[in-house]
Structures are given as structure tokens and as C-alpha cells.
Design a protein around this ligand. Structure first.
Ligand SMILES: [Zn+2]
Length: 342
């Protein structure tokens, strides 16, 4: 456990009082998640001590939260599902999970996605919020253009979370309201490596990376010209829509363009864990944009993007009433149905 003994609160909740699971995959995602806790607890003695995952326990607003992180270097949809499975076993009374971390953005003419933005997987249409990319069938239309068809739909986020989004959006849009997401991000202000990087370069989709670690060989002429964003009362821009999930790292810009511009799919962001989770446990996916899912991608924005996503997740929990959450059935009932036994 990473929390030092001196931080441990003497009033520890019991195992079945934890209601929210917060799942992350990377070290930086885990660190910012822990920073969003208002109080930390030592945590209950594990019911299953041979679990590989790392847990942290604490409180955000009135919610008791278990943060679970995948084993080091182990990511992808299958491992995310494995973490969820272990969490369900140890904490059957958790009501839902937040999958919080980084993802690759898919900017289009319609969706002005930029590095450091946050994408929340809450689709308005039939797609729920997460699309499993392996379940998209591509075919040539009569006019020769490439079209897509989805043969498997994943579950949408739980209603208790969807119900909180209008309130959050209202507060976000109101200039008289304090920028809570920015305030949450301040919690990392003593860690310079989490500061916002200055460069946000989007290359034309047709132009591949020319080698080197930081696009030093790439031609600035090939950058997409974008109008600088107007300064608003909000530090982080939040988008709501569809997230594409796949077990392989999305680095194919052609695919990005296809999925993002498809009017039916309209994918805003790509990541690697969600498809393994959303049909397993009630779950909402929150992603900070760290690259553009192309060959130019690097790690420069990882920390900041992870922080932005975690800060949004805390804002969500701060706006969610604990009674609403405890009304929900524990996700252990999902396990009983056998969906986790595959
Ligand atoms: Zn490059």
C-alpha cells in the first residue's frame, strides 16, 4: 500500500461500505487518482490476498472509493476485465466503476478535440458510450466509399451516473461557478512533471512521422492549422460522446479518420481497456487526450491528460449524491449472473 501509516484515518469504513470502484492502467493514472481522494484509508484486509492488483482506499465527497490499478506494464481490454473481476470478488458491494485515464483523440471538422481535453464516454445514440472496434465490420458501399456496421453493442453507462451529467454540465457552462476541475488539478501543483505541456501539434492525416522521439524531423508545413482556442472560464474542455476501444494500440491514422468521420460511430477518442469492462460491470469511461492516435504520438502529454481526466472524475463524484449510489444494487449481482466467469 502506498499510503503511509501516518495518513491513515482511524475511522475506517468497512469493506461493504465502499461503493465506487476507480480503475486505472498506468502509473501516472494511478498517482493522480490517489491525489483526488479527500481522505485516505488503510483499507480492509483483503478477502483474496493473492490478487496482483494495487489498491488504494479513500473518500471523495461522501463516497468511499477503491482505486484499483492494473499490474505494471499489463494493459489492454483483457487485463482491465481481470482487474474488475478481482474487484468484484473482493468488493461485491461496489455499485459502479469509473475507468479513468488517457486516450488518443480523434479531431474532426465537427469535433475540435485537442490535447489535454477530456472525453466522457456518454453517447447520445444507441452506442452507449463505448464501441468495441473489433465489432465494427467494414464494407464498400455501392459508390465505392468505405462504410461501417456495428455487430455488437456494449452496455451504456449506469443511469445513476448519466443522471449526474446534466448538473455537472450546467455548472461547467455557468461562468459564475468556480472551475472545480481546475481546482482539483491544483492538487498536483507541486509536481512540475504534471504541468501542461506547451506544444499541441496535429499533423495532417496523410503525413506519417519522420522518425525521432519528438517530431524533430517532421515538417511543420504538414501541421493542421487550427485557430487558437479562445480563453474561457474553464481550463479543461470536456466532450461527451463515443469512445472506441480495442486491444491493439490505435496508431493507424486511416482508421482514426474512418471511425471519427463515420456519422454513425463518430468516435472522439481511442483507448485500450473499456471494451473489456463495460459489459462486465456498470461503468463510465473518462479519458484525457494525450495524443492523436497517429504515428507522431509520444508520451509528452501523458501526465497532464491523466490529471485532467482524474480531476473530472472527482468533479463527477462531488456532484453525485451518496444516497443515489447506495440505492443501486451491488455489482456482485452481476457476477452472480455468470457474466464474469468466461
Ligand atoms: Zn512526427
Amino acid at each position: 500500500m502506498s499510503s503511509s501509516e501516518s495518513n491513515v484515518d482511524p475511522q475506517e469504513p468497512r469493506e461493504n461500505e465502499y461503493t465506487v470502484g476507480w480503475i486505472c492502467a498506468l502509473q501516472e493514472e494511478y498517482e493522480v487518482a490517489c491525489k483526488m481522494l479527500d481522505r485516505r484509508f488503510k483499507g480492509p484486509r483483503m478477502a483474496h490476498p493473492n490478487e496482483d492488483n494495487t489498491y488504494e482506499f479513500g473518500q471523495i465527497s461522501d463516497h468511499y472509493v477503491v482505486i484499483g490499478c492494473l499490474p505494471f506494464g499489463d494493459y489492454g481490454t483483457n487485463s482491465a476485465a481481470a482487474v474488475a473481476k478481482d474487484m468484484v470478488r473482493s468488493f461485491p458491494k461496489l455499485r459502479f466503476a469509473l475507468l479513468v485515464g488517457i486516450g488518443g483523440g480523434a479531431p474532426t471538422r465537427k469535433d475540435d478535440i485537442r490535447l489535454g481535453d477530456v472525453v466522457v464516454g456518454a453517447g447520445k445514440g444507441v452506442h452507449g458510450g463505448v464501441i468495441q472496434l473489433d465489432a465494427v465490420k467494414r464494407y464498400k458501399s455501392v459508390d465505392g466509399s468505405l462504410s461501417t456496421q456495428l455487430w455488437r453493442h456494449l452496455n451504456g453507462p449506469p443511469n445513476v451516473l448519466l443522471g449526474a451529467l446534466p448538473k455537472i454540465q450546467e455548472r461547467y457552462n455557468d461562468p459564475d461557478e468556480v472551475d472545480k476541475i481546475a481546482q482539483n488539478m491544483e492538487r498536483m501543483s507541486n509536481r512540475p512533471e504534471f504541468e501542461r505541456p506547451s506544444d499541441d501539434r496535429l499533423y495532417r492525416a496523410s503525413y506519417p512521422h519522420q522518425g525521432g522521439s519528438d517530431c524533430e524531423n517532421c515538417d511543420a508545413e504538414e501541421l493542421v492549422t487550427r485557430v487558437e482556442r479562445a480563453v474561457t472560464h474553464r481550463v479543461v474542455k470536456v466532450h461527451y460522446g463515443t469512445i472506441g476501444s480495442s486491444n491493439s494500440l490505435m496508431k493507424m491514422v486511416d482508421e482514426r479518420e474512418l471511425y471519427a468521420n463515420d456519422p454513425d460511430l463518430r468516435i472522439l477518442c481511442f483507448e485500450m481497456e473499456a471494451a473489456g469492462l463495460v459489459n462486465t460491470v456498470p461503468c463510465l469511461v473518462i479519458r484525457g487526450i494525450c495524443d492523436y492516435a497517429d504515428s507522431h504520438k509520444n508520451d509528452d502529454w501523458h501526465n497532464y491528460a491523466a490529471l485532467a481526466a482524474a480531476a473530472y472524475a472527482k468533479e463527477l463524484l462531488d456532484n453525485l449524491r451518496a444516497e443515489k449510489v447506495t440505492e443501486q444494487p451491488g455489482w456482485g449481482s452481476v457476477l452472480d449472473k455468470g457474466t464474469l466467469m468466461r
